[in-house]
Write a protein that binds this ligand. Structure first.
Ligand SMILES: [Zn+2]
Ligand SMILES: [Zn+2]
Length: 365
């Protein structure tokens, strides 16, 4: 085991105790064994999911057909980046890590035993433990230190990226996976709805597939301005135009070929089903705060649509995201708009929840 000299016994963390009950408090620094890595956190992004968990969404606390997801108390946050502060001998060899290296772990800690893990589909792991949501086994990065355990999937990251930009690796990795699911072709008209941090990443990744027309939809001007700058051919605001009509007008009345949805709002689902052409492809990534009701006839009887779900980063999302950021292929400087010290987490969550002039809000311990 190798460790830096100054690892304290206690640390500060934003701990999730329940809906509307997150606390900035002192907790023990995790202890590691020879298979594990202790990371000193440099930055951790606030995900829309973190805000929805804070606000009590069924996805995290149970409801409808969804079992509860959070196991508390747990330090929040899965969009972390940090440096190796201590590393067990086995872990050092396995991940090729030394003290001071910058390293990220995937948001999911797969069980490595279920049929999905054994089939190379770890992101669908039956016992999916996501950092920041399950106490002890998958603590989060809104803390000074975080442990990567033996089942964590760990990658080295260039020290040259700014920490708050490296915190975008997780959302970018999800974007890579979603765009792969969409199977974009050169002749496609692609609409991406929701230009939050992940939408703006998806836009840039979709651009790399060179579709015929790439259309961004959002209600906020700041986000549409960023979309324009980052590669959208056309930006549409549902508050200013009839988006469905506009997409039909651009496609000789047929509708778009592919609709990628991450707005998280039921209205975005209806809009997509409406604007897709027959035999079009709908890709759903959103985590919703409420249920969506829709007449399913449109999926089968009317349009014979192909519907894909997309969950986190797939098998190759992280390595691709790291490459894209290190090579400057994807830019996040217009996406990371706010950086707060971790103790100001409440203000940061409020600003992220409003999303008025913020896009990605990042916490720094
Ligand atoms: Zn996230
Ligand atoms: Zn598994």
């Amino acid at each position: 085991m190798k460790r830096i000299a100054s690892i304290p016994e206690k640390m500060k963390a934003v701990v999730c105790h329940g809906a509307y009950d997150y606390r900035y408090e002192e907790v023990p620094v995790p202890r590691i064994n020879e298979d594990e890595v202790l990371i000193k956190i440099e930055a951790c992004g606030i995900c829309a999911g973190d805000v929805k968990s804070y606000q009590g969404a069924a996805m995290f606390w149970g409801g409808g057909i969804l079992p509860p997801w959070n196991k508390t108390p747990v330090a929040a946050g899965h969009e972390f980046i940090g440096r190796v502060a201590a590393v067990g001998d086995n872990a050092a060899g396995k991940h090729n890590l030394k003290l001071g290296d910058r390293a990220i772990a995937e948001q999911i800690v797969p069980c490595q035993e279920c049929r999905f893990c054994k089939n190379g589909e770890r992101w669908m792991c039956e016992d999916a433990r996501i950092h920041g949501h399950q106490k002890a086994v998958a603590e989060g990065g809104m803390a000074e230190y975080l442990k990567y355990s033996v089942n964590d999937i760990v990658y080295k990251v260039s020290p040259e990226l700014k920490a708050e930009h490296a915190a975008m690796i997780e959302p970018l990795s999800c974007s890579v996976h979603t765009v792969e699911r969409a199977k974009i072709g050169f002749d496609d008209v692609v609409v991406i709805a929701g230009m939050g941090p992940i939408g703006l990443c998806k836009l840039q990744v979709a651009r790399l597939k060179s579709p015929r027309l790439l259309i961004a939809v959002d209600m906020k001007k700041k986000r549409l301005d960023a979309a324009k700058k980052l590669g959208a051919d056309i930006v549409l605001n549902p508050q200013e135009c009839d988006v469905v009509e506009e997409v039909r007008r651009l496609t000789k009345g047929y509708g778009c070929d592919i609709y990628i949805h991450n707005s998280g709002h039921p209205s975005g689902v209806l809009q997509g089903l409406d604007m897709l052409r027959k035999h079009g492809t709908f890709v759903e990534f959103s985590v919703f705060g409420e249920e969506t009701s829709v007449d399913w006839s449109v999926i089968g009887d009317r349009k014979e649509l192909t519907i894909y779900g997309a969950h986190i980063s797939g098998g190759t999302g992280y390595q691709t995201a790291i490459d894209f950021l290190e090579k400057g292929i994807v830019r996040v400087d217009d996406i990371v708009t706010h950086v707060f010290p971790m103790e100001d987490w409440k203000t940061a969550f409020d600003i992220a929840a409003k999303g008025e002039d913020s896009i990605k809000v990042v916490l720094v311990p």
